[in-house]
Design a protein around this ligand. Structure first.
Ligand code: SF4
Ligand code: SF4
Length: 259
């Protein structure tokens, strides 16, 4: 049963620190134009056959990914643009207010609600302090539904953009030579292209300038030997994440490395 929650932001700014903040394509462009860093995170799912129509989670994943191959394995790739910063967000003001409040990313407008419909909103997984969740504050969630219609609409907007921007992100990867991904739910491969290169590529996409065909072949990366071997046995191109090797990309594993 889904709990009801009351909530009021305390302006503690904990949610504005140490982030990889998902951005839309236009938000990434604006973030870079303000002189801040953007990374590109990639994960991949083997996709041997189409899942049944009642598998809503697979359908959600499918809409947010593009089809390609890894070796001989049909695969779908998810690409996430993120504003990446350690410590405070570059837009955070000394009084904990957002310096780009009217232009802040959709992700910031939605927090602490969830974009992913398959992740339940739970206070313990949020940065907000306990007093932000005090019963009697304005209602946030009732019977699993967000009370604030504008937040609900923003979530819908975020989901729609994540789907409509899939092709642009595939083209972006082609322009930047990005073709490695972690396996879904095991981690991400994080690329940190030079800001000027990423800006040029995003402007090319935004202006509708034709791009070369995207990479037809992707490679899986994992820090777990069993994963690398399992992927190889089904025909995928897979390799071990090299510790400390961040020449081309960084491997962000959710699990400890295993031999
Ligand atoms: S853009 Fe604004 S709301 Fe979003 S993390 Fe930065 S300071 Fe916080
Ligand atoms: S962590 Fe929660 S309470 Fe603190 S500023 Fe962010 S949304 Fe508000």
């Amino acid at each position: 049963m889904t709990a009801d929650f009351d909530f009021q932001c305390t302006i503690c700014a904990k949610c504005c620190h140490d982030l990889r903040l998902p951005l839309t394509v236009s938000e990434a462009l604006a973030w870079l134009e303000r002189g801040n860093d953007v990374q590109i995170l990639c994960d991949a799912s083997p996709w041997l056959e189409e899942p049944p129509a009642d598998n809503l989670q697979a359908a959600y994943r499918r809409r947010r990914t593009f089809a390609t191959t890894s070796g001989t394995l049909p695969t779908r790739i998810a690409v996430i643009l993120t504003a990446t910063f350690a410590g405070p967000c570059p837009n955070l003001q000394p009084d904990n207010r957002c310096g780009i409040y009217d232009q802040r990313p959709l992700t910031c407008r939605i927090y602490p609600a969830e974009v992913n419909p398959f992740i339940e909103l739970t206070p313990e997984h949020k940065a907000c302090p306990p007093e932000a969740w005090t019963p009697g504050l304005p209602p946030l969630l009732r019977a699993g539904k967000l009370v604030d219609e504008s937040v609900h609409a923003t979530i819908q907007q975020s989901r729609a953009l994540a789907e409509s921007e899939v092709q642009a992100k595939q083209q972006l990867c082609g322009l930047l030579g990005i073709d490695h991904a972690a396996i879904w739910n095991e981690g991400f491969v994080a690329y940190s292209p030079a800001c000027a290169d990423l800006l040029t590529a995003l402007r090319q996409l935004s202006n509708g300038i034709p791009t070369p065909p995207p990479s037809p072949a992707w490679h899986f990366v994992s820090n777990r030997r069993t994963t690398v071997e399992a992927l190889s046995t089904v025909g995928a191109s897979s390799s071990a994440a090299q510790a400390n090797d961040t020449t081309h990309f960084e491997y962000l594993g959710f699990f400890p490395a295993s031999e």
